[in-house]
Design a protein around this ligand. Structure first.
Ligand code: AMP
Length: 392
């Protein structure tokens, strides 16, 4: 029994064929540069990577190509017992607090929400439309925002004029919710307690933090869009919105230029010249002052959120590090936990240095807060959510 998980971007289709019970990914692939002349396709099956360059004009051609790879290279979808397709959808607005079977009405609602996620929802929809045409199984949408629909109004509503905010749907929707939910549930299982106050740090190229009490999200750093919050690979995270007025009035920049500056030319890339954390460390270790300062700003922002979320929750039991940086960067974790020494947090350095794919504790048993590294797996979470829906 398997689920095909599709994450469709503006010019890409990422996919995984997942066994939701064992958690095994039977095949993993990516189609890039769709509609850009020559597309690049990677398909990995049984540990072997197959790569191709083909002109693929649109997502329909892209997915047809992928389905053909399943037939010729394997695994054959019919023999793999495909039961559903799970689609990642970035913005579910206030309509979706859990995964849903995609009906024509759901499809139209996702389209209606596009103005709130202009870079993501139209791309997600393209994947949904072509996959529904080509694969005659139930299709399920899993929303990045759903986990944060439990946020209390005091956390979700900005102090923006109520009429304007409501008219334009401006509020905190959050993002990376599938990962925050998967990780916080893994923590609950690992610790063996449901009454936990957790902070989940999803530190990847995009980065976000959430506060989770008894399994429910009570605050998160991403807002109307994934721009708000932590310092990211190329995004500013928190910044005074008046910087936009200033760049408009004094810098003469237009809205698209500012959007591009904040989303694509800032964050670690804007501070240190590199968006990849490994490259930033390499620069800093070579004595580059801007890279070192970039790391300091990155850590400062994380620590600030930890303090504020501990206050919001009235206590803190667990900090969970996840995603590319959270799972792999022991130096970064050390810097974060070191700054929290005053609150009784202590790191077990040998545990922290260990690499692994398993959830593990990196704090000492005496630490006031349990610090964990928790591998995230959004594809598996989507596959399991899809199976749950079709089993209902
Ligand atoms: P993700 O978006 O979750 O795939 O994470 C991507 C980020 O993880 C990039 O900034 C990578 O540099 C970072 N990353 C991956 N492996 C390591 C590592 N061993 N040390 C530091 N950063 C890493």
């Amino acid at each position: 029994m398997t689920v095909l998980v599709i994450n469709s971007g503006s010019s890409s289709i990422k996919y995984q064929l997942v066994d939701p019970e064992s958690g095994e990914a039977l095949a993993v692939g990516l189609v890039e540069q769709i509609g850009e002349g020559s597309s690049h396709i990677k398909h990995t099956y049984r540990g072997e990577k197959h790569e191709f360059d083909e002109p693929l004009a649109d997502h329909g051609e892209g997915l047809r190509y992928v389905l053909n790879l399943f037939d010729t290279i394997g695994p054959k979808l019919s023999e793999a017992g495909i039961k559903a397709v799970g689609h990642r959808v970035v913005q579910g607005g206030n309509h979706f607090d859990s995964p849903v079977l995609i009906t024509p009405e759901v499809r139209d609602l996702v389209e209606e929400l596009s103005p709130l996620a202009p870079l993501h929802n139209p791309a997600n929809l393209r994947g949904i439309d072509v996959a529904r045409d080509l694969l005659d199984v139930p299709h399920v949408a899993v929303f990045d925002t759903a986990f944060f629909q439990t946020l209390p109004e005091e956390a979700a509503r900005y102090a923006l004029n109520r009429e304007v905010a409501d008219k334009y749907g401006i509020r905190r929707y959050g993002a990376h919710g599938t990962s925050h939910q998967f990780v916080s549930e893994s923590v609950t299982e690992y610790v063996g307690r449901t009454d936990l106050k957790q902070i989940v740090l999803h530190l990847g190229n995009g980065a976000s933090v959430s506060a989770v009490v008894n399994g429910k999200a009570v605050d998160t750093s991403m807002g109307l869009t994934p721009l708000e919050g932590l310092v990211m690979g190329t995004r500013t995270g928190d910044i005074d919105p008046a910087a936009i007025f200033h760049l408009r009035r004094v810098g003469g920049m237009n809205v698209d230029e500012i959007d591009n500056l904040f989303n694509k030319q800032s964050g670690l890339k804007g501070l240190a010249g590199e968006n990849d954390m490994r490259a930033v460390w390499a620069l800093a270790e070579g004595g580059d002052a801007h890279a070192r300062e970039g790391l300091d700003i990155y850590v400062h922002r994380i620590v600030k959120y930890i303090g504020s979320y501990a206050a919001v929750m009235g206590g803190l039991d667990v900090i969970a590090f996840t995603a590319g940086i959270g799972e792999n960067d022991d130096l970064l974790r050390t810097e974060v936990v070191e700054r929290l020494k005053g609150f009784g947090l202590t790191l077990d350095e040998s545990q922290n240095a260990i690499r692994g794919d398993e959830i593990r504790q990196i704090s000492t048993d005496e630490s006031s807060v349990q610090v964990l590294v928790v591998p995230t797996n959004e594809e598996l979470a989507i596959a399991r959510a899809a199976m749950e829906i079709i089993n209902k």
